[in-house]
Design a protein around this ligand. Sequence first.
Ligand code: ZN
Length: 375
Amino acid sequence: MLTGMSTGYVYHEVFGWHDTGSAGGLFPSSPRTGVQPLWHFEHPDTKRRVHELIVVTGLVDELNRIRPRPATVDELARVHDTGYIARIRNDSDLPYGGDAGDGLTPFGHDGFDIAALAAGGVLEAVEAVVDGRVRNAYALVRPPGHHALAATGMGFCVFNNIAVAARHAQRALGVDRIAIVDWDVHHGNGTQAIFYDDPDVLTISLHQDNVFPLDSGHTDERGTDAGFGYNVNIPLPPGSGDGCYRYAVETVVVPALQRFRPDLVLVACGFDAGAMDQMARQMVTSRGFHQLTEMVMAAAGDLCGGRMVMTHEGGYNPAHVPFCGLAVVEALCGQHTVDDPFHPLLSAMAGQELQPAQQAAIDKVAGLLGDIVSA
Ligand code: ZN
């Protein structure tokens, strides 16, 4: 029985201390390459300002604060190679930290502690939902996670937070079947790879076709062995807006969930499909993200008592992302505070409705759900 506030919320100020340095967006600055020092795209403000808006609007008073704890090495090792975890720990001891693997994923001195807290924050949110202390939860964590592979970080991600949480739910909390829906605009390649042969974890990624990683997230990447059919990629054309994303969730995501019948739904929630994001070319509005959240919530309500945990991934426009994050958390808890001042402008952009090429891309994926069977 739930009493009081039924939406959990994880944030810690130290997530703003994850130090990605003064890169020129993506690359280290250098007078030889011509990259000028600026800031890294994965900058604290894109997340910190979400939290500040949740506090200043008073929405935080409607939420059940969940304190994050660091994931232990054993918990991280359910997903990551121990050699990789040790390397991050060692590089984290260096005076200026290191990089998680691809040269795009810097972390500062003692950055291991923050990355472990991000993974542990999602894990705590999952525990609260599985225990029934809250109905659903939002984990506003940083660094993000969905690109991280077992043996390397990449794409701003050090540890795969949502994968660590899913393995924890399976191994420590006795949850049998978990669905992971990833609507970050980039392909959730790390999560896909980690669960590629696992038929008990359904992974679904909606992403802009061929943005990052390159040549990843194709429709024919469907899982392997017993896991075949349990990985679903929905690559969407550039220019996809609210109508396209709603159609994809209605036509592919919800039917896939209904076939799979999860015990827990996790959402890798990026806001870089937002209409003002600099890292991709999609057009989703804050109201669009609100609607997507409600659609997945309704499916979780029908299938698994509403048990759903969302974890923060990308989203790189520090002015607009806070309104998208607010809209999603408002959907989770059924409250409303302030209107998004950007919404009238963004919702009126041409092409917000479903376009024929988008529909064709989604319909093609809808035909691939037949291998998903419930337990
Ligand atoms: Zn992303």
